[in-house]
Design a protein around this ligand. Structure first.
Ligand code: MG
Length: 387
């Protein structure tokens, strides 16, 4: 049974806000459609992926697909343009499928996650000769509104929410499209059922949620935090000596002191240790490889650029930052009064919540170079999650 997935990606997604259509907006550094395609390509049950795009989205799609892993390229057919409606777009995808395809899954581009168990349940149902749709029960009471006024309290018994992908035998779905007399169906299951195909329900998944509103992007980011299985930890260490001055930049915060830190850049010992910790977790060299001290463009540079670059490398891999813990080692200056500002700054540079950043300070009991107040040392541990 050769199986194709048609990913309908022609919409504009106006409710989600943003400057580009929502399927091209980023979750964990990658477009939503990228995530949907990666998950589809990772499903061994799916042999062929047909994306249907909006007429004016070709350059957005091409830019996105350049960054996609090779697994996507192996299954992806050349894209086709959609029509004015969801129905016309799905039909364009159906008509582009090779003759060898027997089973079709039709999927929304705005659902970035795709549990394998749902795919298997759908395909098993289709083997029995029906169409299949993943559904979820509705735990809340249901109301019908007229603007903001409740005008009806429908009984929710037997009501479910329908998700995608929806599965059909290809020839059945083609026949149903040929027979469809209106253009108003919001999903393929309703079109197919109206045209004689029996549709059954299989258990859906909360992970199949659709990104519709601006808040849904945060939900998707949170989902990725808990569903990226490759958890990695890296450590970083850095030292900078003092030289005469009136403040030291530590974790991006100017701290008044009798000396400043000496270095090629702004010598931010805390951000350097953290940047190296992230490179360590990625297995991606160190700060000196990416920003050679011999390169004049980094002279006096603010070290946030180094940290932002490391964070970008994590996002390019489809990952997220889980946590960062920095220990600053010095007798002077006192870190305590600046700790909150440092934490705020680091959390903002990493793009994470405050409780995912820790800044600690210690002395070496007047021993060694830090004890003699010749400089500051910093250690950092970073935890990242990758797909
Ligand atoms: Mg350094």
């Amino acid at each position: 049974m050769k199986t194709a997935m048609i990913v309908v990606a022609g919409g504009q997604g106006i409710r989600a806000g943003g400057r580009v259509p929502k399927q091209y907006q980023l979750v964990a550094g990658k477009p939503i459609l990228h995530h949907a395609l990666v998950h589809a390509a990772d499903c061994p049950e799916i042999d062929h992926i047909q994306v249907v795009i909006g007429d004016d989205h070709k350059s957005l799609f091409d830019e996105m697909i350049r960054e996609a892993p090779p697994t996507v390229g192996e299954k992806l057919a050349p894209v086709v343009n959609g029509g004015a409606s969801r129905q016309q777009s799905t039909l364009a995808g159906l008509q582009a499928l090779p003759d060898t395809i027997e089973t079709v899954l039709v999927h929304d581009a705005a659902r970035p996650f795709l549990p394998g168990a749902v795919i298997r349940a759908l395909l098993e149902a289709v083997e029995a000769g029906v169409g299949a749709v993943p559904t979820l029960r509705i735990p809340d009471s249901v109301k019908r509104l007229e603007i903001d006024r409740v005008i009806e309290d429908p009984n929710r018994d037997g009501l479910v929410r329908a998700q995608t992908p929806q599965a059909f035998r290809r020839n059945d779905l083609l026949a149903a499209f040929a027979a469809a007399s209106t253009d108003g169906y919001t999903d393929e299951a309703s079109l197919a059922r109206s045209n004689g195909i029996r549709i059954v329900s299989v258990p859906g998944s909360e992970a199949l949620f659709k990104i519709t509103q601006p808040d849904d992007f945060a939900k998707a980011e949170a989902h990725m935090q808990t569903h990226l299985p490759d958890v990695r930890t890296g450590m970083g260490f850095d030292v900078h000596a003092f030289e005469p001055g009136d403040h030291a930049i530590i974790c991006g915060v100017p701290v008044p002191h009798t000396h400043k830190l000496k270095g090629h850049s702004d010598a931010d010992v805390g951000l350097h240790a953290l940047t190296d910790a992230i490179f360590g977790a990625l297995g991606d060299g160190d700060i000196g490889d990416h920003f050679p001290p011999s390169d004049p463009q980094w002279k006096g540079a603010a070290s946030d650029a180094f940290l932002r670059f490391a964070v970008e490398r994590v996002k390019e891999r489809g990952g997220v930052i889980g946590h960062a813990d920095i220990t600053l080692i010095c007798e002077r200056p006192k870190i305590g009064p600046f700790r909150q500002a440092m934490k705020d700054n680091v959390a903002s540079l990493l793009g994470v919540a405050h409780d995912r950043v820790s800044i600690k300070a210690t002395t070496t009991e007047k021993l060694g170079f830090t004890g003699r107040q010749e400089g500051i040392a910093a250690q950092a541990v970073a935890t990242i999650r990758l797909p």
